[in-house]
Design a protein around this ligand. Structure first.
Ligand code: C5P
Length: 226
């Protein structure tokens, strides 16, 4: 299991200061919408220069197939290690993205978002008119068929996804509260023990790390346990 730290702090300087504190640890860094929209590709370059970290650019692409493929190609060329898109964009859109990226010499891992971890069961059903578990099953099979590398999902869906696709199909799980910290806006949260039991390949942790008085120490404690 790998730890991915969400760089969701309010400013670029705060994110960079956090990354400097984490230097030397075996981590992935997740750059989200806010920092990418504000700080752009230059920020990614700065992160690459800050240590041996792998970078996950979490933009959750969702659009018509051709526009998604154009966007996926551009972000791949920035040289990040992982990107993602919404599975609900459909199998054809996902296939178009993967075909486009296959022409690149080095493509990033591509994951599909199944159900946002901030959705409760009833909120999800109000939008998708289906249960989370049935949709996750369907989205995972579609993403697998389209040639993606894995899914973004809650810890509780990790086992099911591997069962209906392949054990090597990656699961990356946000909504992790390693030692039972506050859930914030997340609805389907899990701790480290469950993430391990459920077979998550990556855990994404944001607030429990950057809101802690000693982010390096908490990362070290997590890394020890995984
Ligand atoms: O602070 P916290 O640990 O809740 O951060 C989780 C991160 O993972 C946030 O950056 C959030 O945007 C992202 N994420 C998520 N649920 C998804 C996909 C991404 O929480 N399904």
């Amino acid at each position: 299991m790998r730890l991915c730290v969400a760089l969701d702090m309010a400013s670029k300087d705060e994110n960079l200061a956090l990354v400097r504190e984490l230097k030397g640890l075996d981590l992935w860094l997740k750059v989200g919408l806010r920092s990418y929209l504000r700080d752009g590709a230059k920020f990614i370059e700065e992160l690459k220069g800050a240590g041996e970290f792998k970078i996950f650019l979490d933009l959750k692409l969702y659009d018509i197939s051709n526009t998604m493929a154009d966007a996926a190609e551009v972000v791949s060329k920035i040289g990040v290690d992982m990107i993602n898109l919404h599975a609900s964009a459909g199998e054809r859109a996902m296939k178009t993205v993967m075909e486009r990226l296959s022409s690149l010499q080095n493509r990033p891992l591509v994951l599909a978002v199944s159900a946002l971890t901030s959705f409760s069961e009833s909120e999800f059903e109000a939008v998708y008119n289906d249960t989370i578990s049935r949709s996750v099953r369907k989205f995972s099979q579609m993403s697998f068929e389209a040639g993606l590398d894995g899914m973004v999902c809650s810890v509780f869906e990790s086992k099911l996804i591997k069962e209906v696709t392949n054990q090597n199909f990656i699961t990356l799980c946000p909504g992790v509260r390693p030692f039972g910290e506050s859930a914030g806006d997340q609805k389907r949260v899990a701790n480290l023990v469950s993430a391990k039991q459920e077979g998550s390949d990556f855990i994404v942790v944001g607030r429990p790390i950057y809101e802690n008085a000693n982010p390096r120490e908490i990362c070290e404690r997590i890394l020890e346990q995984i």
